[in-house]
Design a protein around this ligand. Structure first.
Ligand SMILES: Nc1nc2c(c(=O)[nH]1)N[C@H]1C(S)=C(S)[C@@H](COP(=O)(O)O)O[C@H]1N2
Ligand SMILES: [Mo]
Length: 367
């Protein structure tokens, strides 16, 4: 007797472990030791990064899907570049893309809503959206073609102002309204600066959940800019818009102008490589964590007593800064705090809970 699993394997199909059922929108396994599943998304558990180097392996990298991961056929995939901002529209196959000059960068991708739940738990504010803790962030090495190379190949006009990348995942329907493909305009100035059309993550083909066969990587900017499953790039001499810049990813609320403020760069953050409310044995311990920001991080300080701050030691500084600091842990309840550069104690509130950059109060119990 050959099992159904055996038949599928014989047919060359991947059989997913049953655990993946928790988020049918995501293909890779999401073991509970590494991820917290939140609807169509999964955030990385910080304790799962404790013994991990600078690069987050795909098996632990967070996933943010508006709908679900599409499994695209790379042989028929094309990237279309068109619009009033180019003189030579292009239709590239994956082979064409791979034949172009490439470069490799280590860069953090972080959801603009990372840390959103702390607006409520630390500041008592109501915000809408996925209640991430701090795990909607990851650092990887990406290889791909600089977007500027592609735009110039397509005959970029000097008058071009915006590029609108669109994904090939299912159209996004919310509140009964179909908003179409996930897409968000990017100014030509950023497109020509450091953006990649990436086809590799950590030295291997992009995994399906992270945009196979190609995605944008927009260093320092909110994760929404890094469009996955890239299918087209419209280039325009007039400003382009989508609900992802007119409605979502805008800072709205009493302290902002009525039309809101566009989210572009991320804000500086830091985290301990510890579970929330972790139990630790008393004695000499090494606290470890990471800190990151759109222009890197200079200083990391840690407070273990609710009052004083001590400077942590950087361990590596690549896409993000890994740091460590010794702590003599005494039995009882403690609140640990880490602050990178000028992280404030309070984050300015916005109704959709973006860019929570305040110092997080991390509870632990020492026994
Ligand atoms: N096509 C497409 N691209 C997308 C998204 C999406 O749902 N569809 N989500 C965006 C958001 S909001 C984030 S934070 C990042 C997450 O990237 P990751 O899933 O590879 O971690 O992808 C961005 N690119
Ligand atoms: Mo995001």
């Amino acid at each position: 007797m050959i099992s159904r699993r055996g038949v599928l394997i014989a047919a060359g199909l991947t059989v997913l472990p049953s655990r993946a059922v928790a988020a049918p929108s995501i293909v890779k396994p999401l073991p509970a030791s590494d991820f917290i599943v939140r609807g169509t998304n999964a955030e990385t558990r910080w304790e799962a990064l404790r013994d991990v180097g600078s690069l987050v392996p795909v098996s632990k990298f967070f996933v943010r899907n508006h709908t679900s991961t599409p499994v695209l056929d790379a042989t028929s995939w094309r990237l279309e570049i068109f619009g009033s901002g180019v003189t030579r529209p292009l239709s590239l196959s994956l082979r064409d893309l791979r034949a172009l000059p490439s470069c490799s960068v280590e860069a953090v991708i972080e959801c603009a809503g990372n840390g959103r739940s702390f607006f409520t738990s630390q500041q008592g504010q109501n915000v809408a959206g996925t209640p991430w803790t701090l795990g909607a962030v990851g650092n990887a090495r990406w290889r791909g073609v600089p977007l500027g190379v592609l735009l110039r190949l397509a005959g970029l006009r000097r008058s071009a102002v915006d590029v609108l990348p669109a994904g090939l995942d299912p159209e996004y329907v919310t509140g009964g309204v179909n908003l179409g493909r996930v897409r968000r305009p990017l100014p030509v100035s950023k497109a020509l600066d450091d953006v990649l059309v990436a086809y590799e993550m950590n030295g291997a083909d992009l995994p399906v959940d992270h945009g196979y066969p190609a995605r944008l990587v927009v260093p320092g900017w909110a994760g929404i800019a890094s469009i996955k499953w890239l299918g087209s790039l419209e280039v325009s001499t007039t400003p382009l818009h989508s609900p992802w810049d007119t409605d979502f990813y805008r800072l709205l609320g009493p302290s902002y102008p009525a039309e809101g403020t566009l989210v572009t760069s991320q804000v500086t953050k830091s985290a301990f490589e510890l579970g929330w409310g972790a139990t630790l044995p008393a004695g000499r311990r090494l606290l470890t964590g990471r800190a990151w920001g759109p222009a890197g991080v200079r200083r990391v300080s840690v407070s273990t007593d609710g009052r004083t701050w001590r400077r942590a030691t950087p361990v590596s500084r690549d896409g993000w800064t890994r740091w460590q600091i010794p702590w003599l842990a005494t039995p009882g309840e403690h609140v640990l705090r880490v602050r990178a550069d000028d992280q404030p104690e309070v984050a300015p509130c916005n109704t959709q809970g973006y860019l929570f950059g305040a110092v997080v109060r991390h509870p632990v119990t020492v026994v």
